[in-house]
Design a protein around this ligand. Structure first.
Ligand SMILES: NC(=O)c1ccc[n+]([C@@H]2O[C@H](COP(=O)([O-])OP(=O)(O)OC[C@H]3O[C@@H](n4cnc5c(N)ncnc54)[C@H](O)[C@@H]3O)[C@@H](O)[C@H]2O)c1
Length: 377
């Protein structure tokens, strides 16, 4: 399999490379030499990923004559907090890292977010390389430059925008990705395809079997298409002023569901997939989108194994949780909705209509069905 290369290019004139393929860990140091003059590389990883890949990454960086340090945090979302960030800042200072240093985030989205956050704030910002090892991190969190940590009051409430200088997605690392983590990446890929439009969408429909079999060529192509799509979006809207909002498709309902289930009880991927199912039904009434869209989308999500959520959550609770989402502005409920595949809009939806659809969702899920269209009265 040959490595695929993409470039994220910003209007302001700067850019960075992404590689997606094999042998990218062993060649990491050589590739980093092309983009940095740093002499010290600090690998930040978690204890799961570190135990599998740190030795290889250290060797690759040493081979390219970096002075190498590593810092390991406990795996899991709980590590994405200010205490761990402060420990990492202190550790960088203790190691004597200055502008001669580069941070390498080796892991999933948790490591990527906190490593980039620490890099972007330490000494007012040093460079960061992303080495994503989960499918979600490869297709989503490693590019786009959003960094962050969680507060008690919510996820990703503190963060910065800081683009990496290089992203290396080594497909070999996916061989150890736990089964339950794949669906998070699948949901992001499905979301990207639905927003991007017909070519990517049709390719995904034709390749759901290969996706579920983790066929390396199919997975590589899915990552490349998702990244191409996301790179185009973030390059045109680096700090989320408009276009980037499309990436929130499925999030308004999905985040409410995730919060209602208790973080960690329902995977992010399943929650976003359910959010897209909900949004497609809401679009029938809010936009007069064709009902067929919801069914077409259901088929794709089903084929990817992103099955409907079976646990029922009360409509009232989900409604309340939607309003407490950090993205709610002026007490308005904003949804990204599709008119058809590839044609999205952001709309403020009447809260009463949202409530009706939440009740329909609750009733349908209690019967084990997909919510249908609201009956005319
Ligand atoms: N910055 C962004 O734009 C952005 C976008 C989406 C999500 N995120 C963030 O990403 C995070 C979720 O990322 P995630 O789903 O990768 O979770 P994660 O980083 O917690 O990784 C999931 C689990 O898989 C393990 N793991 C990762 N790669 C592995 C591998 N190759 N082999 C074995 N185990 C491996 C990790 O140790 C962890 O236990 C969230 O904090 C979310 O807020 C950020």
């Amino acid at each position: 399999m040959s490595t695929r290369r993409l470039k994220v290019m910003f209007k302001e004139g700067y850019s960075y490379d992404i590689r997606v393929g094999n042998r990218l860990l062993v060649n990491l140091g050589i590739h980093m030499r092309d983009v940095t003059k740093a002499t010290k590389a600090v690998v930040i990883t978690d204890d799961n990923v570190g135990s599998l890949y740190l030795t290889k990454v250290r060797a690759a960086l040493l081979k390219a004559e970096f002075e190498v340090f590593d810092l390991t945090i406990p795996a899991g979302e709980e590590s994405k907090n200010v205490v761990v960030a402060a420990e990492l800042w202190d550790a960088l200072a203790h190691l004597g890292i200055g502008r001669d240093g580069v941070v390498v985030g080796l892991g999933g989205g948790v490591v990527g977010d906190i490593a980039a956050f620490v890099a972007s704030t330490y000494m007012r910002g040093i460079d960061c390389v992303q080495v994503p090892t989960s499918l979600l991190a490869m297709v989503d969190s490693s590019i786009g430059g959003k960094t962050g940590i969680n507060l008690k009051g919510g996820k990703n409430l503190v963060g910065t925008f800081k683009q990496p200088i290089y992203v290396a997605a080594d497909l070999e690392t996916l061989s150890t990705l736990p089964d339950g983590e794949w669906e998070n990446g699948f949901a992001e890929i499905a979301k990207s395809a639905l927003i991007d439009g017909t070519d990517f969408y049709q390719w995904l429909v034709d390749n759901t079997e290969g996706m579920r079999a983790h066929d390396e060529t199919v997975i590589q192509q899915a990552i490349v298409q998702s990244l191409t799509f996301k790179a185009r979006v973030v390059a045109n809207d680096e700090t989320e002023q408009g276009l980037r909002e499309c990436l929130n498709y499925g999030h308004t309902f999905g985040h409410a569901l995730e919060a209602a289930a208790g973080y960690g009880a329902l995977s992010h991927g399943r929650a976003v997939a359910e959010g897209m199912r909900f949004a497609a039904r809401l679009a029938v009434e809010a936009l007069e989108a064709p009902e067929q869209l919801a069914n077409t989308q259901d088929t794709l999500l089903d084929k990817l194994g992103l099955n409907p959520v079976t646990k029922v959550f009360p409509a009232d609770e989900l409604y309340e949780r939607m309003f407490s989402d950090k993205k709610v502005r002026n007490s308005e409920l904003r949804f990204v909705l599709l008119n058809r595949i590839g044609d999205w809009v952001t709309v403020v939806v009447d809260p009463d209509l949202v409530k009706i659809y939440l009740i329909l969702w609750e009733q349908a899920r209690m019967k084990g069905e997909n919510p249908g269209k609201r009956e005319e009265v």
